[in-house]
Design a protein around this ligand. Structure first.
Ligand SMILES: NC(=O)C1=CN([C@@H]2O[C@H](COP(=O)(O)OP(=O)(O)OC[C@H]3O[C@@H](n4cnc5c(N)ncnc54)[C@H](OP(=O)(O)O)[C@@H]3O)[C@@H](O)[C@H]2O)C=CC1
Ligand SMILES: O=C(CO)COP(=O)(O)O
Length: 341
């Protein structure tokens, strides 16, 4: 059975592009947001002037500030609010959902209590609904301009995977499938940390070799962390891993990269966040991952260095330089284990 009706929860840039793709694919879509002016603008001017200015949205897309009405008839519900708000909004709709309504998270963050990813939060609240995660190299502003992009739908439920592939695939968006929900979701959260580090490196005018070293060692570090938590490292070779890491570490369209860039220019974390005015999940993710790495004794020099810069005022140059002074170690530790060099 394919998807004919959908809801998107969240009025930010990514919620808006997901809703717009669904509308472009002739799926009756309601996008829920709390800002009435933005909802009116989407309905009347077909534009989200706050989060996606200048992008013409499909006129068939409906926006609503009534959460329960928005999800009532939706066969698929895409959850696209920042991680701090996912529990709150999903708890508000949960008592009203039918068990056949699928919930798909697009949120790339972690809940600190229990170190839960968003699909785990949703599963706790809605244990009987089909659950999936959408994650990949998907800068909202490019997709809004209908530039070509691809993503991953991860779920243990093959019907959900096929339905979401069909619902979101179009001339400018391609959806690949994965059954590694945890790996896909974890990589989407972790790469935001390394986008911040890449922002430091760019702002400091460091070389192209340095940038490549940072991205590649970021992949080594995030896979090491993921394996320690039981994820499949092969998932990190796909779009949700390498793909998303590369785009967010290289593009000024990434908000996490922009936070790192501002700090690399000498601004404080507070100044960088205020100037951004949008969510940069990597700042909180960095705190939670650093605590987890310390708890489990996982070697993560980039995470430790970035934490010192953001929260203890260390010099951002020291993060890349720190890689030059560690113990001699292995390139790909799944091929040559660190203990065998
Ligand atoms: N933008 C991107 O390129 C991509 C983003 N993502 C992920 O998607 C998630 C959402 O990001 P994005 O759309 O970019 O965020 P934005 O910063 O663009 O917008 C956040 C949206 O969430 C709303 N919101 C925040 N808190 C609440 C709440 N408690 N209740 C209701 N609405 C709330 C805001 O509403 P208000 O304006 O009223 O404050 C705003 O509409 C993040 O986890 C991000 O990592 C994933 C892929 C790509
Ligand atoms: O996840 C993203 C692209 O895939 C968006 O990254 P930012 O949240 O850093 O903008």
């Amino acid at each position: 059975m394919s998807i004919h009706t959908a809801a998107v929860i969240g009025g930010g840039s990514f919620g808006t592009v997901v809703a717009n793709i669904l509308a472009d694919n002739n799926i009756a879509t309601v996008q829920w947001m709390r800002n009435e002016e933005v909802a009116a603008s989407i309905n009347n001017q077909h534009e989200n002037p706050v989060y996606l200015p200048g992008v013409s949205l499909n006129p068939a897309l409906r926006a609503s500030t009534d959460l329960l009405a928005a999800v009532q008839d939706a066969e698929a519900i895409f959850v696209s609010v920042p991680s701090q708000s996912v529990r709150e909004v999903v708890a508000a709709i949960a008592p009203h959902l039918r068990a056949d309504q699928a919930l798909i998270s697009t949120t790339k963050g972690i809940e600190p209590e229990g170190f839960l990813l968003m699909s785990q939060v949703i599963r706790e609240i809605c244990p009987h609904n089909p659950i999936g995660v959408l994650s990949g190299p998907n800068l909202a502003k490019e997709i809004g301009r209908r530039e070509l992009a691809a993503t991953v739908i991860a779920s243990e439920d093959s019907d959900l995977r096929r339905n979401v592939q069909q619902a979101l695939s179009c001339t400018y968006f391609r959806v690949y499938a994965s059954n590694d929900l945890y790996g896909v979701e974890l990589s989407g959260a972790l790469k935001n940390i390394y986008a911040i580090v890449s922002g430091f490196v760019a702002a400091l005018g460091m070389g192209e070799n340095t940038k490549s070293m940072i991205i590649t060692r970021s992949l080594a570090e995030m896979s090491r962390f993921a394996v320690a938590l039981g994820a499949n490292p092969l998932t990190f070779l796909g779009l949700a891993g390498v793909g998303d890491l590369v785009v967010t570490c290289m593009s000024p369209l990434s908000r996490n990269y922009r936070v790192g860039y501002a700090i690399g220019q000498g601004k404080s974390l507070d100044e960088a966040i205020t100037e951004l005015g949008e969510v940069a999940e990597g700042v909180n993710t960095l705190r939670y991952v650093r605590a987890k790495a310390q708890e489990l004794s996982i070697y993560m020099p980039l995470v430790m260095g970035a934490y010192e810069v953001l929260f203890n005022g260390a010099d951002p140059r020291r993060v890349a330089e720190g890689l030059m002074t560690g113990d001699h170690t292995s390139d790909v530790e799944f091929a040559l284990p660190r203990c065998e060099i």
